[in-house]
Design a protein around this ligand. Structure first.
Ligand code: IDP
Ligand code: MG
Length: 157
């Protein structure tokens, strides 16, 4: 097991990041990986993955009632996503800061969204941040349904 420690301190060290289909198609994978490496985070899992509708409905369960959900679903099915797990100090909070605000127009310059994304409709949504845990019993539901990264795939040394 590559992680030791328990509970919140352990959770805070691992962040699931997904580069969405337009980010992959625009060739931004390298730049985004570079930012996390530059900052000092360590790549613990990486996979290019075509999500299924069923998995996306689980992954975005809290958003299914939103008006934009059908277009989000269609967009997320439009091509492979790049799934990553980054580990390091305060990865959840700092990772969020590095992504920028959900609405790209409100993302500060210097953040990933603030530098690479402009709008919701028609793409340019680029990245999604989430939360991932490693240990049985502590694993949040979201991590279990994160496209491309079932638990066993992030547990390599
Ligand atoms: P996050 O990606 O920053 O975690 P969430 O609230 O989890 O943001 O929303 C998931 C995704 O749903 C966003 O990344 C974006 O693609 C889409 N989304 C969220 N809010 C809106 C909206 O108001 N209009 C259109 N799409 C949205
Ligand atoms: Mg979210």
């Amino acid at each position: 097991m590559f992680l030791t420690g328990t509970g919140a301190a352990c959770f805070a060290r691992a962040q699931y990041i997904m580069i969405k289909p337009d980010g992959v198609q625009r060739g931004l994978v390298g730049s985004i990986i570079g930012r996390f490496e530059q900052r000092g985070y360590q790549l613990k899992g990486l996979k290019l993955f075509q999500a299924s509708e069923e998995l996306l409905r689980q992954h975005y369960k809290d958003l299914t009632e939103k008006k934009f959900f059908p277009s989000l679903l269609e967009y997320m099915l439009s091509g492979p996503v790049c799934c990553m797990v980054w580990e390091g100090t305060n990865a959840v909070k700092v990772g969020r800061q590095m992504l920028g605000a959900t609405n790209p127009q409100e993302s500060n310059p210097g953040t990933i969204r603030g530098d690479f994304a402009l709008d919701f409709p028609g793409g340019l949504r680029v990245v999604r941040g989430g939360f991932v845990g490693y240990f049985r019993g502590y694993l949040p539901r979201r991590a279990r349904t994160s496209p491309g990264l079932p638990r066993r795939e992030v547990r390599w040394e």
